[in-house]
Write a protein that binds this ligand. Structure first.
Ligand code: SF4
Length: 293
């Protein structure tokens, strides 16, 4: 017997080998204009009976599981007590479990007290994935993110200070050609102030289902950036990131025109050199081409 997922199910690339339990369905916000992940789902929370039955089943089938990801879009929206109950039950049933993670929105983190977050973290919810998308308040408003640069920074700091490993995502090209400078400058500012443990980039791809809404909400003609401009954004972002704590950086998602990665602050110069090399070798566009590097 398999788990009864409400499709589609998304998880971060780094959770590819994790066992996924869908403890919430959809996204409690579901309004970001670039995101089509949960448009066909109404937000709901799975009952304890359903969640427990699935954990019991998979504990028998995959007892050696070490990593679990809790779907869908913002499982951190669950009440603290319910999340703690689920996480504790996971550790009690998977003896080799090392890591439990989920997606979180800034507002999920801001709604909870530091004590609540610590309680969930101490129960074993170790890692959160949070979409910064952009640090520009103009762009955040245009994409109806439901957050500002200030609330994003507060949410990220709160997650880190209450013990979580934090992985953040930003989206290259989200301001189009018009706001490219503000996008990168303000995103670097938010990343520097937030200082997550991991940072990944995607490049904006507008799926058919949300394209019209995105363009309407953006409020003016949106000119997508091209691959050269994506590389320029990547360069400026890397150059303007100045974190003091170690931050693993990856621009290796399939949506990116160019593929780089490294660890801030030590490998910043190395990454800038790679970007300079890519500018000289534009034939390496798209991750497949990167194999030659
Ligand atoms: S909060 Fe995340 S999952 Fe929800 S609509 Fe926005 S980007 Fe999509």
């Amino acid at each position: 017997m398999m788990l009864n997922y409400a499709e589609p199910v998304y998880r971060p690339p780094s959770e590819a080998k994790s066992l996924i339990f869908q403890i919430t369905i959809g996204c409690s916000f579901n309004e970001c204009s670039f995101c089509d992940m949960y448009r066909n789902k109404e937000y709901s929370e799975r009952s304890w009976d359903e969640v427990k039955a699935e954990i019991d089943l998979m504990a028998k089938q995959l007892p050696d599981t070490t990593r679990i990801f809790l779907a869908d879009g913002d499982a951190l929206n669950l009440s603290t007590d319910y999340m703690v109950k689920i996480v504790e039950y996971l550790y009690n049933n998977f003896q080799k479990l090392e890591r439990v993670s989920c997606y979180a929105m800034p507002m999920n983190l801001l709604k909870k007290t530091p004590e609540e977050l610590k309680k969930m973290n101490q129960a074993g919810l170790n890692m959160l994935y949070l979409g910064i998308e952009s640090g520009s308040d103009i762009i955040l408003k245009k994409i109806t993110k439901g957050a500002t640069s200030e609330t994003i920074i507060r949410a990220c700091r709160k997650a880190i200070e209450t013990g979580f490993t934090l992985s953040c995502i930003i989206i290259l090209g989200l301001g189009g050609k018009t706001y490219t400078k503000e996008h990168i400058r303000d995103t670097a500012r938010v990343v520097n102030a937030s200082s997550p443990h991991y940072l990944g980039t995607l490049t904006l791809i507008l799926e058919t289902g949300v394209k019209e809404e995105f363009l309407t909400k953006f409020g003016e003609e949106f000119h997508p950036i091209n691959d050269d401009e994506a590389l320029a954004e990547l360069h400026d972002l890397v150059q303007q990131i100045n974190v003091k704590e170690k931050m693993v950086f990856r621009a290796n998602h399939g949506s990116n025109a160019y593929n780089i990665g490294g660890i801030f602050p030590d490998e910043k110069d190395e990454m800038l050199k790679k970007i300079a090399w890519l500018k000289e070798h534009p034939e390496n566009v798209r991750p497949e081409g990167f194999r030659a590097f």
